[in-house]
Design a protein around this ligand. Structure first.
Ligand code: HEC
Ligand code: HEC
Ligand code: HEC
Ligand code: HEC
Ligand code: HEC
Ligand code: HEC
Ligand code: HEC
Length: 370
């Protein structure tokens, strides 16, 4: 394999030359847009992905009727035409005499979204304690915007370049960087589950396998216990954590999880079908690193907390995606809530004696059993 390397933010960056198109492989253009375009190719086309991926069956069972999408996109939820509540502004002081960019109802997307999505009954509440009293929100929760959040993503106003959130001229700055709602969600809806999108290339987002229990109604549709995850391993239906790698681009795929290729991971392996990784609980049975019988059994070591979330590959319906089996796979949302949680690093279950496990971890690994 012929490698081409260049330097970005002072970090050497290498890729198989064949994966880069002509323009990228020529003299390196290190402007930010050019780097982003190259990273886009790296993220979504290389690092372990099998060549000539087979086309999958067309998927018809994905829930596409999301709020803020299609006929449920209500302009006035987020825009006001003349920066005044009455639409005229001469019957008294206009509310926001100067108005906001794009005619928005608030000065930035995070503030706009949270004007409904924080502390309002009957709207999914994504910050702090849940106004609606759900048992456990599927996406978890953020801390207040601007506040440091050791328990998940830190919310900010947005507007900073995606790459420069984490990268500085001298390297990465983990832990300080921010996200905004419209990094991950399309404000105008895109027919994908939860209107999720690729932050680096929204229009190219493939269908995503997040399924809601068809019998759930109202806000119960956002309960963890009514949401399940599947993929068919092709662009017809990617796993929902396909959006995570647009920013966390060094955590998945064998190129990163097992850089020396000896079969013993250096980072926790995760399913990421675009890079050809499907990590099944049963994969470790023969080496006794995992215990899929224990996972299927569902009691004993590790099960002091509810069964960890898993991804089924393949699964194209809610019922397929809820079937517990030895070949269930591990993905980012096994261990993390997407927004964040009550626990350090957005861990999906509470720590045990100040540690990430054995609860949760031992559901698959069964190491603490005595
Ligand atoms: C005017 C109030 C309002 C504003 C402003 C608002 N939302 Fe919503 N949003 C709602 C309501 C109400 C629902 C849920 C309706 C339901 O499922 O019953 C919802 C649902 C959602 C959902 C779940 C969609 C689904 O069907 O799965 C997402 C994601 C979402 N909003 C994101 C956003 C984002 C991002 C913003 C800012 C760009 C935003 N919302 C601004 C009221 C609002
Ligand atoms: C859930 C909130 C929300 C709703 C509902 C919404 N918008 Fe927007 N809109 C935004 C945000 C946020 C922006 C700012 C641009 C961005 O961040 O993508 C925006 C920007 C725009 C823009 C300018 C930039 C662009 O993307 O084209 C237009 C035009 C627009 N909206 C029209 C509409 C219309 C028409 C409707 C109703 C059919 C609508 N919007 C409903 C949140 C919303
Ligand atoms: C959420 C944080 C985050 C974001 C956002 C992010 N990166 Fe990174 N990036 C990292 C981390 C962490 C590393 C690994 C650094 C290390 O190992 O020292 C990395 C490594 C890299 C590397 C080195 C190549 C490699 O495989 O290790 C390049 C090039 C790079 N990033 C470019 C980008 C570009 C371009 C963007 C915007 C599209 C971007 N990054 C967005 C966190 C981020
Ligand atoms: C880092 C990406 C990311 C950001 C930033 C983000 N979301 Fe989400 N959001 C997700 C994902 C992924 C899900 C699906 C979670 C699941 O079901 O496991 C989700 C789910 C939701 C839901 C459905 C309720 C739930 O608990 O599942 C709503 C509503 C929502 N997001 C609104 C917002 C709002 C409002 C913001 C900004 C305050 C925001 N999101 C920021 C990724 C993100
Ligand atoms: C728009 C870019 C973006 C996307 C998409 C994104 N993240 Fe992040 N994430 C960040 C940034 C920025 C940070 C803070 C810097 C860091 O810690 O690396 C972060 C931090 C985190 C942390 C550490 C939180 C803490 O308090 O220690 C976890 C866990 C995480 N992300 C998981 C996810 C998962 C899971 C997804 C997909 C559902 C996802 N992220 C998608 C940008 C993103
Ligand atoms: C097996 C459980 C597990 C899986 C799967 C997992 N994580 Fe984590 N992650 C953790 C734990 C535990 C931490 C806390 C720090 C540590 O122990 O390394 C963490 C820390 C992080 C952090 C912050 C610290 C850092 O290393 O930068 C980010 C960001 C993150 N995870 C993102 C992801 C993403 C994205 C995925 C999917 C590609 C993922 N994680 C899959 C368990 C997991
Ligand atoms: C849903 C199942 C699942 C959960 C939960 C899980 N893992 Fe894993 N883990 C796996 C799988 C599958 C592998 C790959 C096993 C293999 O191929 O040998 C793995 C690999 C590992 C390895 C590398 C083993 C080796 O080959 O040296 C370690 C260490 C590990 N996990 C620790 C943890 C920790 C700590 C937690 C909790 C934070 C955790 N895992 C949660 C499924 C899981």
């Amino acid at each position: 394999m012929s490698l081409r390397c260049w330097t970005v933010f002072g970090i050497a960056f290498c890729a198989s030359a064949g994966l880069l198109d002509g323009s990228a492989a020529r003299a390196q253009d290190d402007s930010l847009p050019a780097m982003r375009a190259r990273l886009r190719q790296m993220i979504h086309a290389s690092h372990g992905a099998p060549e000539g991926e087979p086309a999958g069956e067309a998927v018809s069972d994905v829930a596409t009727a999301t709020y803020h999408s299609g006929t449920m996109l209500h302009c006035e939820n987020c825009h006001v035409m003349h920066a005044s509540d009455s639409g005229q502004g001469y019957n008294g002081p206009a509310k926001n005499p100067g108005g906001y960019p794009h005619l928005l109802r608030a000065s930035n997307p995070t503030e706009l979204c949270l004007s409904c999505h924080d502390g309002h009954a009957d709207v999914p509440d994504v910050v702090g304690a849940d106004t609606n009293g759900l048992a456990e929100r599927a996406g978890g929760m953020f801390a207040s915007p601007g506040a440091a959040n050791p328990n998940g993503h830190k919310l900010g106003p947005g507007g900073t370049d995606l790459c420069l959130r984490c990268h500085t001229a001298r390297g990465t700055r983990p832990g300080e960087a921010e996200v905004t709602c419209t990094d991950c969600h399309d404000a105008h809806g895109n027919g994908r589950a939860r209107n999720l999108q690729w932050a680096s290339d929204p229009p190219s987002t493939p269908p995503l396998g997040l399924f809601v229990n068809p019998t759930a109604t109202d806000l119960a549709r956002y309960e963890r216990s009514n949401v399940a995850y599947g993929t068919d391993g092709t662009d017809n239906l990617r796993e929902v954590t396909n959006i995570c790698i647009d920013c966390h681009h060094v955590f998945s795929g064998s190129w990163y999880t097992d850089p020396d290729g000896d079969g013993i991971p250096n980072k926790h392996p995760v399913t990421e079908t675009e890079r050809g990784a499907t990590i099944r609980v049963s994969d470790g049975d023969s080496r006794h690193t995992t215990d899929s019988g224990h996972w299927v059994d569902g009691s004993g070591a590790g099960f002091g907390v509810p069964r960890a979330r898993f991804l089924v590959d393949p699964a194209t319906t809610y019922s397929e995606a809820t079937a517990v089996a030895a070949d269930n796979t591990v993905f980012c949302l096994t261990c993390h809530k997407a927004h964040g949680s009550e626990n350090p690093d957005g861990l999906a279950w509470p720590q045990q004696n100040g540690s990430v496990g054995p609860n949760g971890c031992d559901q698959c690994h069964n190491k603490g059993a005595s």
